[in-house]
Write a protein that binds this ligand. Structure first.
Ligand code: ZN
Length: 444
């Protein structure tokens, strides 16, 4: 019974097209053979059956059909590229592995297709081509000017040649989470974590503004980010906003998130609702009580009318005085009638002055954040009682300090939006927790 098999196998092996088929058959024969041997001792009649079936099986395999279908099965080449500023149609098609005169000619003539290289480079292009490098289908996607929508150019080869169309649609927002441990610097870690450049830049900007956190991250510190991407067909077309960030330094966690109140500009806040905006200002006392406002008045000590260039806050001696904004201390010491005096310079040629202090807790040249302790309320210099004389200067000119309350009221979370803020903050805490797990998983 076995003598039928060797010639058949050798015949198959002679033809290189069928080598794979032969191997498969060999395995089949071996399996049948084992079965045959195990059955054979029991019944010689049964033992004949598998072999006969095997021969019939081989006869029914239409090897010519299989070979043809193998050759005819369309080979499709998929490739993607991003358009570059220097691209011509030729360089782009070459990078995409397309060598097709008809396609190149259509793409250069067709109005819709010309959008491919018009406007902003960086369009996401994908193609399908056959084994002759002929273009079957080209799809290009790019975000619209406003960034909320996308355009999609589709070029297809049909029986009558190429056709094109441009479709528009809404980009899908998606939230990305990631985190990393710093080995050398934040920038290096952001690169390793494959953070998109705009997100890495926003992250560095946020880090520089986190209250009570004015040092850079160093080895062993970590960060987590939550950011949005705008996608179409599963491809990221645009990086959106940084939505939240977490910095862990010496085991201490600092979390911030993006929040936009209705009708407001939006900005980053700690999850407790404190704005980290560089321009954010607050009054220097926790519970300010104005005893003498800004404007003309009779000076309580000298008696004559003169402009009061600040605001006096009546407050018990020892009450903490906090920096009204981020800045650098440019004076800390005794200054005539001002007594113990602190001057802080801020951005945009703004400065704040604090007088009559009982004690000073900063030194000249020190960087301070909004809310940092400068000293305590006292009665030093020319003062009739414990009070903080506070001045707000823009380009050296005194301004009404009440302007600060107005500004800070705009920048702190109002009671009406507090619930919305809490809801967003709760989600953000969960997302930042998840982001830190992403790093653990990838580290393992
Ligand atoms: Zn005063």
């Amino acid at each position: 019974m076995k003598r039928f098999i060797p010639p058949l196998l050798s015949a198959l092996q002679d033809n290189p097209h069928h080598r794979r088929l032969a191997v498969a058959l060999g395995a089949l024969l071996l399996a049948s053979g084992v079965t045959a041997y195990s059955i054979a001792p029991l019944s010689p009649d049964v033992a004949n059956l598998p072999v006969r079936q095997l021969i019939e099986n081989i006869a029914t395999i239409d090897t010519s059909a299989q070979r043809d279908s193998e050759l005819v099965a369309p080979m499709v080449l998929y490739r993607s590229e991003i358009t570059r500023p220097s691209d011509s149609l030729n360089t782009l098609l070459r990078r995409l592995g397309v060598s097709d005169i008809a396609a190149a000619s259509f793409l250069s003539r067709d109005t819709a297709s010309r959008t491919l290289l018009a406007g902003t480079p960086g369009k996401f292009v994908s193609i399908e081509a056959d084994d002759k490098q002929q273009l079957q289908r080209l799809t290009a996607r790019w975000p619209s000017e406003d960034g909320a929508q996308f355009s999609r150019l589709v070029v297809e080869r049909g029986s009558k040649g190429y056709t094109s169309r441009v479709e528009m649609g809404q980009l899908e927002r998606s939230v990305q989470l990631t985190s990393a441990t710093v080995r050398t610097s934040l920038n290096a870690a952001a690169k390793e974590a494959k953070l998109p450049k705009p997100i890495a830049a926003q992250l560095a900007g946020v880090l520089a503004r986190v209250p009570d956190f004015r040092v850079d991250l160093s080895a062993g510190d970590s960060f987590g980010v939550v950011y949005e991407t705008l996608e179409v067909d599963g491809e990221v077309l645009r990086t959106g906003k940084l939505l939240g960030a977490e910095f862990v330094k010496n085991g201490k966690q600092h979390q911030v998130m993006w929040f936009q109140e209705p009708g407001q500009k939006g900005g980053f806040y700690t999850l407790n609702g404190q704005s980290i905006d560089r321009e954010a200002m607050s009054l220097p006392l926790d519970a300010p009580k104005v005893s003498s406002g800004y404007g003309m008045r009779i000076h309580p000590v000298y008696g004559q009318a003169k402009a009061h260039e600040g605001t006096d806050f009546a407050s018990p001696s020892g009450t903490p005085i906090r920096s009204a904004a981020q800045g650098v201390v440019t004076f800390a010491g005794w200054k005539q009638g001002y007594g113990k005096f602190v001057l802080v310079k801020h951005r945009d040629q703004k400065a704040t002055a604090y007088a009559h202090l009982s004690q000073i807790q900063v030194r000249k040249g020190q960087r301070v954040a909004m809310g940092d302790l400068l000293g305590a309320v006292g009665q030093t210099g020319t003062a009739t009682g414990p009070n903080l004389h506070f001045e707000y200067l823009v380009k050296g000119r005194p301004q009404d300090p009440q302007e600060i309350s107005r500004q800070s009221a705009e920048k702190s979370i109002t009671l009406t939006t507090r619930r919305d803020f809490e809801r967003v903050a709760q989600t953000m805490r969960r997302q930042l927790d998840a982001a830190s797990l992403v790093a653990q998983a990838s580290a393992d």
